[in-house]
Structure formats: structure tokens, C-alpha cells
Design a protein. Structure first.
Length: 345
């Protein structure tokens, strides 16, 4: 059943829809609102549609309001500040290279260890970078325990405990939309929900056939111009289309890309005087090796990656390189766990 039809049933109050991303959540709510207007309604109950993270935080807020938990849930900014402070304190007096970046990558490595259940073994602790990360991680865990803090990486585990103890009010039915796969940590939380009687359903869009083509152009500027022209032609053919352009090093190329898109969209009558401002959104986030995404339209469609250059760094300035190495190692182990799970499926 399509998600909008699912939300149109009379059992909406008993259903919580959890999406893989914010854009999908907004799209579902907008489509539901259009359906209600077309049916002649002026007022309707907003369906419970949340992203995974927003849903976890909603459950946690329920636990806080009921007095079931003593911990303070850290925000992402607070987590990063804590990692950076602990790294700086650990290497006080040394010349640090990008400690803020090291903190981000250390936090990401920590999240991978939690979500994919990847313990650091004695064999892995023989390397300098593993020992450094283990030291940071130990300090981080000790600080959180002493201050009664909970981070986002361990929030699903804590919620699973509360669910098993029947300390949360849960919906009769939970629908998870567009999740490619669930990590072991997520699966453990879903198992806890099933154990207390929640009906769990997963919904994915049907696969669509696509044709990939490769076009080589002389320079990066030509590639940007060509991409902008392609966007223009696709939008002229279908003004309602959602289009994504994946760009390595988006931050460095953003101004040039914006100029090219503005020029092509204005020339095609798709932007400019008498129209809404250019419907272009730039998105960027860091993933394994680096990730930049530029999206045109109202849906994040894809992801691309560009590995950063590996530079040799002196030992006393190795904090960033340590975190990068650990993150990559954790990412590789997570990928290995994913492959092994499918091999035995």
C-alpha cells in the first residue's frame, strides 16, 4: 500500500511512520495534506511521521517526562565539544593538527562501533592509531558515566532497555519507510518492539530501471556547464522532476555551480523575474573518505564520494590522521559485517 494511502486510513492514530530521511518525511506529509484538501477537508489530524533520529528523540522525551531516566541526552554539538576537549586535554602541550576535525571523525568512528557492534580487539590495539582512539574512547565513556550523560550513538540501546521494561507508551503499528538495511543496533531495537507487541512493517519504493552514461569533458568548468545544461533540459521536459547532481568537493565548487545553474535556469525561463527564486538546494555531509551532495528539487536522491589526499603527518601532529585511519577501519569493518550478513541470508 502506498504510504499516502496508509495514512489515509481510519487507523492513523495507531500508526507511526518512520522515514529514512527528512526529505522523505516532508514529501509524505505534503502529499497527505494535498489528499486531504482534494477530499474537501479543511482540518485534519497531522499523521505521526518522523525521521529515525526524530523518532528516537521523541521516545526519549517521553521517558524524560515520565521520570524514567536520569541521563541527560547530549546534542550533536555537545558531543563534538566533548570529544574535542578530551583530545586536547590528552595531548596538552603538543602541537595539534585540526583537533576539531579529529573530534568529528573520532565521534563518527565511535558511532560505527556502536551501530555495527564492532569491539576493538587486542590484535587491533597494537597499532598507534587504535591505541590513541581507545584512549580517547575510554576518557569519553568515563566522562559520560560520571556526568550521567547519554550520547546519540547509545540512545537506541537505552531505549531498547526501556521498551523491554515496558516503560514507554508505544503505537500499535510502526512502519519504516525506505530503509535500505538496518544495522545490528537498529535490529535489536526493532526486536525489542516486537517482543512487547508492536507490529513492525517495512515499506520500500519499487525499483526503477535506469540507464547510466559516462560523458568525458576537457575541464572541470566544462563539466559544471554541461551538468547545468542537462538540468535545464530535464526540467524543461518535466518541470515537476526532482533532479540530483552529485559533486565531489562541493564546498570548493559551490559558487561556480550556483552561477551555472542560475544562468541555465534563467535562460530556460525556469527562474528569474516573475518566478520563485531558483529552486536549488545545496547539501553536503562527510562520510567515508568524504562526501559531497548537491540536490536540485525537494528530495535527496543520491550520494557521491571523493577520498581526501593522504598526507604524512608527524607523530606529534597526528590526531587528525589517527581519527581518519580509525574511521576508515571502522567503516571497513561495518561494510564487512554487512557483506557477511547478506552472505548468510
Amino acid at each position: 500500500m502506498p504510504l499516502t494511502e496508509l495514512l489515509a486510513t481510519d487507523t492513523v492514530p495507531d500508526i507511526v511512520l518512520v522515514t529514512s530521511g527528512q526529505r522523505l518525511a516532508r514529501h509524505i506529509l505534503s502529499a497527505h495534506a494535498r489528499q486531504q484538501l482534494q477530499s474537501g477537508l479543511q482540518v485534519w489530524e497531522t499523521p505521526a511521521v518522523f525521521t529515525w533520529c526524530a523518532w528516537l528523540e521523541r521516545l526519549w522525551q517521553q521517558a524524560v517526562e515520565s521520570g524514567a531516566v536520569p541521563e541527560l541526552l547530549l546534542t550533536s554539538a555537545q558531543e563534538l565539544a566533548l570529544w574535542e576537549r578530551l583530545i586536547r586535554e590528552r595531548h596538552q602541550g603538543e602541537s595539534l593538527l585540526q583537533p576539531a576535525a579529529a573530534a568529528r571523525l573520532a565521534r563518527d568512528a565511535w558511532e560505527l562501533l556502536q551501530s555495527w557492534r564492532l569491539p576493538l580487539t587486542d590484535a587491533e590495539l597494537t597499532s598507534d592509531e587504535a591505541q590513541a582512539f581507545y584512549d580517547w574512547m575510554t576518557r569519553y565513556q568515563r566522562e559520560c558515566q560520571e556526568q550521567v550523560w547519554l550520547d546519540q550513538a547509545r540512545l537506541p540501546d537505552r531505549l531498547a532497555e526501556l521498551i523491554q521494561g515496558r516503560q514507554l507508551s508505544l503505537p500499535r503499528r510502526l512502519v519504516f519507510a525506505e530503509f535500505d538495511e538496518f544495522t545490528p543496533q537498529q535490529r535489536q531495537l526493532l526486536d525489542a518492539l516486537r517482543a512487547v507487541g508492536c507490529e513492525i512493517e517495512t515499506v520500500n519504493a519499487p525499483e526503477r530501471k535506469s540507464l547510466a552514461r559516462r560523458l568525458a569533458l576537457p575541464t572541470a568548468a566544462d563539466e559544471i556547464t554541461g551538468a547545468a545544461q542537462w538540468v535545464r533540459h530535464r526540467l524543461l521536459a518535466n518541470p515537476q522532476a526532482r533532479i540530483a547532481v552529485i559533486v565531489p568537493d562541493l564546498a570548493e565548487r559551490r559558487a561556480a555551480i550556483a552561477r551555472a545553474l542560475d544562468g541555465q535556469l534563467i535562460a530556460g525561463g525556469l527562474a528569474g523575474a516573475g518566478r520563485d527564486r531558483t529552486p536549488v538546494q545545496f547539501l553536503s555531509r562527510l562520510a567515508a573518505g568524504g562526501l559531497s551532495v548537491g540536490a536540485i528539487g525537494d528530495r535527496d536522491i543520491g550520494a557521491g564520494s571523493a577520498r581526501p589526499d593522504r598526507r604524512s603527518v608527524r607523530r606529534r601532529e597526528c590526531q587528525h590522521a589517527v581519527a581518519v585511519s580509525l574511521y576508515r577501519r571502522c567503516r571497513q569493518r561495518a561494510d564487512g559485517a554487512r557483506v557477511a550478513r547478506f552472505a548468510h541470508a
